[in-house]
Design a protein around this ligand. Structure first.
Ligand code: MCA
Ligand code: AMP
Length: 501
């Protein structure tokens, strides 16, 4: 075990210093590093409630980006718990899965989120409180947390029906942050908007934690509020911007609707920044070129995954190649392997990306089989296929057709199919991602109906509402007599892709 002094949380040294630099901005309010530090310690003391250490108790919180969210994340860490940030747009069944899978003992939520989850907490016998109820003026001794302790569980969809809980230790989180601090030249003077959902690495690590580690200012938005964010951009409020490709597509389309003066003030705001990053899904070369033309910014594209944080990035200084994700980040080992598990050391040969390093997660919570199955010879197998060309990796696709990336969210086709199959009129169905300019991939459901039944898209969409997160709801349905199947009876999804209009 590493020295207990070298703990993850104190390494956010700006959160330990007593200084007045602004850490968080939320509307007209701002919070200094010293106030945030005091609030986090108060939260940790209250969560402990007399205990010396939460000893990896799972504390979930359901809230959008806010001072309270940040207080919860760091407060749980500071008290020795495992933070389980929940998805604010989850359906109740999805929340139930997360809470039971992670063995959550306590949920913290405010206002409408608290109302939405209260019956579920009662059913599962989980204590529910609001931040204000917990935060009373208390001080006490906080535990020292060694780096090998579990810190966070994030849920990721995959080739299984239900999402898996990805457990990262403090050491993993520290490695995921420090590589980006170095690679992207994070600085004390940086200011960045945070509008991404805070149950994923992109928002939590790349924006929030890197920002706070660097002593920068992070401007919080509960969601991607394009008008307000672009107003701030036009006022030169930010010098770093990180988003998924869909957001760049949305901004490009929006800029097209503006008059010249408004458009210019926004594009100048981007032009004046030091860095614009795209990730979580493939950035089309067309978008890279449009953004360059509009703003003069050469988008820096990078590649990551919930289980590993960021692994590959175009350089901060040097060529940022369109359509490529760049080179291995500092401290991350990246290799490609062929189907027979041979290491590919030549360029131009496609293979699966496998990763080693302190950034790689510890385990899938309570799922030894899945954890073991995701490693080969000590390498974490990503399931993504890439090729190395002139020194840079280019992502070619995924080995599984059952994973869909829509607007940066990783979705499980099997999970969506599982819910659709509970519809009384559906006999069989298969879900795939169809190419889409806005979403990257759009969820498309091929549906075989029971005899005499009919279905229109709007009715199915309404039926899905509340049964799955809104972004999982199919964007289109295609009614089909029978799904194409192979000799084993398995649906042949590549054949479905060919049937797309
Ligand atoms: C919203 N909608 C979507 C999506 N988002 N449909 C498909 N895919 C989506 N991703 C639908 C809503 O259901 C709604 O449908 C309509 O679009 C408008 O919803 P709204 O919430 O207003 O849209 P938005 O605010 O513009 O959201 C788009 C978004 C959001 C900002 C791109 O999807 C988003 O924040 N995506 C980022 C996800 C992310 O951070 N991923 C990182 C995970 P209707 O009108 O029919 O009701 S990956 C990761 O962390 C790894 C490590 C990595 O590499 O980064
Ligand atoms: P998630 O599990 O939600 O963290 O999603 C991780 C997945 O997003 C990866 O396994 C890739 O399939 C995809 N991904 C992330 N960044 C990129 C990128 N720059 N280009 C293509 N795919 C990406």
């Amino acid at each position: 075990m590493e020295s207990t002094k070298d703990t993850s949380l104190p390494s956010f040294h700006h959160l330990n210093d007593d200084h007045s630099k602004v850490a968080l901005i939320e509307g007209d309010n701002s919070t200094s590093y010293s106030d945030l530090h005091a609030r986090i310690n108060c939260m940790a003391t209250n969560l402990l409630d007399g205990k010396s250490d939460l000893n990896e108790e799972r504390i979930a919180f359901l809230m959008p980006a806010s001072l309270d969210y940040v207080t919860m994340l760091f407060g749980v860490w500071r008290a020795g718990g495992i933070a389980v940030p929940l998805n604010v747009s989850s359906a109740l069944a999805e929340l139930e899965h997360a809470l039971t899978c992670a063995g959550v003992t306590r949920v913290v939520a405010n206002g409408e989120y608290s109302e939405n989850i209260s019956d579920l907490c009662e059913k599962l016998n989980i204590k529910l409180s609001s931040v204000n109820e917990i935060l009373t003026d208390k001080s006490g001794t906080l535990p020292e947390i060694s780096l090998d302790r579990r810190a966070m569980i994030l849920f990721t969809s995959g080739t299984t029906n239900k999402p898996k809980g990805v457990v990262s230790t403090h050491k993993n989180i520290r490695a995921q942050i420090t590589t980006l601090i170095e690679a992207w030249a994070w600085d004390y003077d940086d200011t960045i908007p945070l509008f991404l959902p805070l149950h994923h690495i992109h928002g939590i690590i790349n924006v929030l934690c890197c920002g706070l580690w660097a002593g920068a200012s992070v401007s919080l938005f509960p969601k991607f509020d394009m008008d307000n964010i672009l107003n701030e951009v036009a006022s030169n409020s930010y010098n770093v911007f990180m988003a998924v490709p869909t957001i760049y597509v949305k901004m490009i389309q929006h800029l097209d609707t503006l008059d010249d003066a408004d458009k210019k003030s926004i594009t100048n705001g981007f032009r004046n920044m030091r860095l614009n990053i795209s990730g979580s899904a493939a950035c089309p070369v067309k978008v890279y070129n449009q953004w360059l033309e509009l703003t003069g910014q050469v988008l820096l594209e990078r590649y990551g995954m919930t289980e590993i944080g960021m692994a590959i990035s175009n350089p901060y200084d040097g060529e940022r190649r369109a359509g490529a994700v760049g080179i291995a980040l500092p401290g991350v080992e990246v290799s490609l392997f062929d189907d027979d598990d041979n290491l590919l050391d030549e360029e131009d040969k496609p293979g699966e990306i496998r990763i080693k390093g302190n950034n790689v997660f510890l385990e899938y919570w309570g799922n030894k089989e899945a954890t073991e199955g995701s490693y080969k010879d000590g390498w974490f197998c990503t399931g993504d296929v890439a090729v190395k060309e002139n020194g840079y990796y280019r992502i070619m696709g995924r080995s599984s057709v059952d994973i869909i990336k829509s607007g940066g969210y990783k979705l499980s086709a099997l999970e969506i199919e599982g819910t659709l199959l509970t519809h009384d009129d559906i006999a069989e169905c298969a879900v795939i991602g169809s190419p889409d300019e806005m979403w990257g991939e759009a969820v498309t459901a091929f549906i075989g109906l029971k005899p005499e039944k009919t279905m229109v898209y709007e009715d199915l969409k309404a039926w899905c509402d509340g049964k799955m997160s809104p972004y999982k709801i199919p964007k289109q349905i295609i009614i089909i007599d029978a799904l194409p199947r192979n000799a084993m009876g398995k649906v042949t999804k590549p054949a479905l892709k060919e049937m797309l209009p």
